[in-house]
Design a protein around this ligand. Structure first.
Ligand SMILES: C[S@@+](CC[C@H](N)C(=O)[O-])C[C@H]1O[C@@H](n2cnc3c(N)ncnc32)[C@H](O)[C@@H]1O
Length: 200
């Protein structure tokens, strides 16, 4: 990742996010899906952390967690995942203390549940609080956060802008930041944050 790069390329964001996150994970790693939804990212993380790893997944909608549970069970990976029906703003309190400072990756996919209630969306204030918690939970030395933010509606645009503002204010000697903004109008954005070896 380069430092605070604005990359205007036309790359599909999810594979890009997954590639960056996979590079921070290994067998036995701890990871968090901050927005479980239908569980696609949770499944991806469960595959990456291996048999000895652990994934914590948050969503405020029981229906989302049930769909994710089914997906993980079908893949035979449910035992590596704790699905938590709490807002991601509470992740610091919800993650066992032994993992504080040991989390290797946190994925955020903002917005609403695809195929679900479009009025239940991530909100700017909560997202920023959750990002701050995620930063505190991350291990040093290459642990990463990915955020996919949607700019196709006013609330999402405001949220994406706030996340970018928050990210741009991070100390560059402690964090590396990479922002991908596809050229298409109202296309989603990808924000990657990497915690370097010696922050705080
Ligand atoms: C775009 S979807 C996530 C898609 C998911 N990553 C997938 O692979 O299917 C966003 C999810 O965030 C959830 N959400 C909204 N506010 C939340 C909050 N404060 N804490 C945790 N999840 C939240 C929604 O319920 C929704 O399921």
């Amino acid at each position: 990742m380069s430092d605070a790069t604005i990359n205007m390329s036309r790359i599909a964001l999810l594979p890009l996010a997954q590639r960056a996150i996979a590079a921070a994970l290994y067998d036995g790693a701890i990871a968090i899906d901050a927005t479980v939804g239908n569980g696609h990212d949770t499944l991806f993380l469960a595959q990456q952390v291996g048999e000895r790893g652990q994934v914590f997944g948050f969503d405020i909608q029981p229906v989302a967690l049930e769909q994710a549970r089914t997906r993980l069970a079908q893949a035979g990976l449910l035992s590596r995942v704790s699905l938590i029906n709490r807002p991601h703003e509470q992740m610091f309190a919800a993650i066992p203390g032994q993992y504080h400072g040991a989390v290797r990756a946190v994925m955020f996919n903002l917005g609403y549940l695809p195929g679900g209630d479009k009025t239940i969306v991530t909100r700017t204030a909560g997202t920023l609080r959750a990002l701050q918690s995620a930063l505190a939970l991350l291990a040093t030395g290459g642990a990463r956060i990915s955020v996919i933010a949607y700019t196709g509606h006013a609330q999402g645009r405001e949220e994406a802008q706030a996340v970018r503002g928050w990210v741009e204010a991070l100390r560059r000697d402690h964090y590396r930041v990479d922002i991908t903004v596809p050229p298409a109008k109202q296309a989603p954005e990808l924000i990657l944050i990497e915690k370097s070896a010696t922050p705080q």
